[in-house]
Design a protein around this ligand. Structure first.
Ligand code: FMN
Length: 120
């Protein structure tokens, strides 16, 4: 499973995910590999960069999902993020507002990593 969400309204889920969030409790995540990607703005929202990705990952991991596709935090400038797990993001962090030129390469590298981690 691959889950994607932009961060909105200063550290919050995008609206469609917000309304679906509680329904995640009824999804059978146990034993499932789950990868995450998010879009955000590290310059404009440096204290909440990619928070939505972290909020979703935390919830789904609590429900038994096995997180794959962690992504290094090198090459970004921000102060705080709910999506950080040690020195990695819990998924692919994309920033179309400040680093759009890096998006394609990041996606290609991440997808190659995912293929290995998903075993496909
Ligand atoms: C009102 C508003 C609030 C935002 N809040 C955050 C935030 O808290 N954290 C973050 O990383 N990005 C935040 N962003 C940036 C958006 O996530 C980013 O602009 C969007 O993902 C870019 O996608 P797009 O190119 O499809 O518009 C916010 C943007 C707006 C307009």
């Amino acid at each position: 499973m691959i889950v994607g969400c932009p961060t909105w309204n200063i550290g919050e889920l995008q609206g469609d995910w917000e309304s679906f969030f509680d329904e995640l409790d009824s999804v059978a995540f146990a034993g499932k590999k789950v990868a995450y990607f998010g879009t955000g703005d590290q310059m404009g929202y440096g204290n909440n960069f990619q928070d939505a990705m972290g909020i979703l990952e935390r919830k789904i991991a609590e429900l038994g999902g096995q997180t794959v596709g962690l992504w290094p935090n090198e090459g970004y400038e921000f102060d705080a993020s709910e999506a950080l797990r040690g020195n990695k993001f819990c998924g692919l962090a994309l920033d179309e507002d400040n680093q759009s030129e890096l998006t394609e390469g990041r996606v290609q590298k991440w997808v190659a990593q995912l293929k290995q981690e998903f075993g496909v």
